[in-house]
Design a protein around this ligand. Structure first.
Ligand code: UT7
Length: 336
């Protein structure tokens, strides 16, 4: 019997209209376009400005577009996994809110929290449900309103992050060699001090003190995270290639987490692949945390061909990191 694998059969994204440029950031903190561009590759990012709108707003827009594009009846969706680092509420799960907003009344839904590796962790989890043969339509949606936890007085972090969401539909395939073939996922909780929102959770609930100390914003020790990312994201990408006997020539695309152009370049160099095979959209959106991978797929979808070998790679707070190998299952259509 041919094994069932999970294939992505559609992708859609959503970014809010407001564009926060490097020029505008220059008016907010002591920075400049030249520094941001050379150190990160970022030119602009999107910001969700609407009142009373959280990550679910963007996640639901991405899922609605995905359902329409793939002609999927929301009532046929069986599971929605949302990866987010900026949930609307501590509870209930943002995935539950999104399910309701898109009319996926028959789906069960839950969140996955693995910071910037969330999409890889979620997609790998979703694939397990499909590989059992029991689930046929699973959506993974990455959505983050990073602007809700960015300190716009901290020049080392506010230049990096942006808001956005991206969603994929996963369905079973028995076509030999297609779909998600392999993944390597890793976690190391000793990295907590380098990238963390210190307060607002159960260890340090909100108080006047936590607000005064600006502890509800992202705390990042950039250089330490950078060093960790460069080594580990490249390591897992190389590991997944070796395990699957893939050489650089076999790889059609690298779909990397968009955190810093220099980290992306280090990873592609380690894999031995040229820049023309690397999905890059960090200049437009910055680091949208859980949304970077699906947004990159969305941007490059029209270029993807059935049979393309794609390596995904990500890392994030925790630390968490991972890589995955997927053989793309359809000829890309122009993004709408
Ligand atoms: O997905 C989430 C994971 N997070 C990341 O991937 C972030 C990983 N880290 C990075 O991308 C980089 O470390 C940063 C972009 C955050 C910083 O770049 P860097 O090359 O590591 O710079 P640095 O922190 O070593 O700072 C170099 C200099 C410092 O000045 P001095 O001490 O050399 O005088 C900083 O104060 O750059 C200064 N600096 C800035 N200057 C202008 C830091 N931020 C800025 C800024 N504009 N925005």
């Amino acid at each position: 019997m041919t094994a069932i694998k999970a294939a992505i059969t559609g992708v859609h994204g959503y970014v809010p209209d407001y564009v926060l440029t490097n020029a505008e950031l220059e008016t907010m903190v002591d920075t400049n376009d030249e520094w941001i561009t050379t150190r990160t590759g970022i030119k602009e990012r999107r910001i969700l400005k609407g009142e009373n709108q959280g990550s679910s707003h963007m996640g639901a827009k991405a899922v609605e577009g995905l359902l329409k594009k793939t002609n999927t009846n929301p009532l046929d969706v069986e599971l929605i996994i949302c990866c987010t680092t900026t949930p609307d509420f501590v509870f209930p799960a943002t995935a539950n809110l999104i399910s309701d907003m898109v009319g996926a009344k028959n789906a069960f839904s839950y969140d996955v929290q693995a910071a910037c590796s969330g999409f890889l962790f979620s997609m790998s989890t979703a694939a397990q449900f499909i590989e059992t043969g029991r689930y046929k339509k699973v959506i993974v949606v990455g959505a983050d309103k990073m602007s809700s936890i960015v300190d716009y007085q901290d020049r080392t972090t506010c230049i990096i992050f942006g808001d956005g969401a991206g969603a994929v539909l996963l369905e079973p395939t028995t076509e030999q060699g297609y779909g998600l073939q392999d993944f390597v996922l890793k976690s190391d909780g000793s990295g907590v001090q380098y990238l963390v929102q210190k307060s607002g959770g159960s260890r340090r609930p909100p108080s006047i003190e936590t607000v005064t100390n600006r502890e509800h914003f992202i705390h990042q020790e950039g250089a330490a995270v950078f060093k960790f990312a460069v080594t580990n994201m490249a390591d897992v990408a190389a590991e997944v290639m070796e395990r699957n006997h893939l050489t650089a020539d076999d790889i059609s695309w690298l779909c990397p987490h968009q955190a810093n152009l220099r980290i992306i370049s280090a990873t592609s160099q380690r894999m031995g692949i040229g820049e023309e095979k690397v999905m890059i959209n960090i200049h437009k959106y910055g680091n949208t945390t859980d949304a970077t991978l699906p947004l990159a797929l969305w941007d490059y979808e029209s270029k993807l061909k059935k049979g393309d070998n794609i390596i995904f790679a990500a890392f994030g707070g925790g630390f968490t990191w991972g890589a995955a190998y997927m053989k793309w299952a359809y000829d890309g259509k122009p993004s709408v």
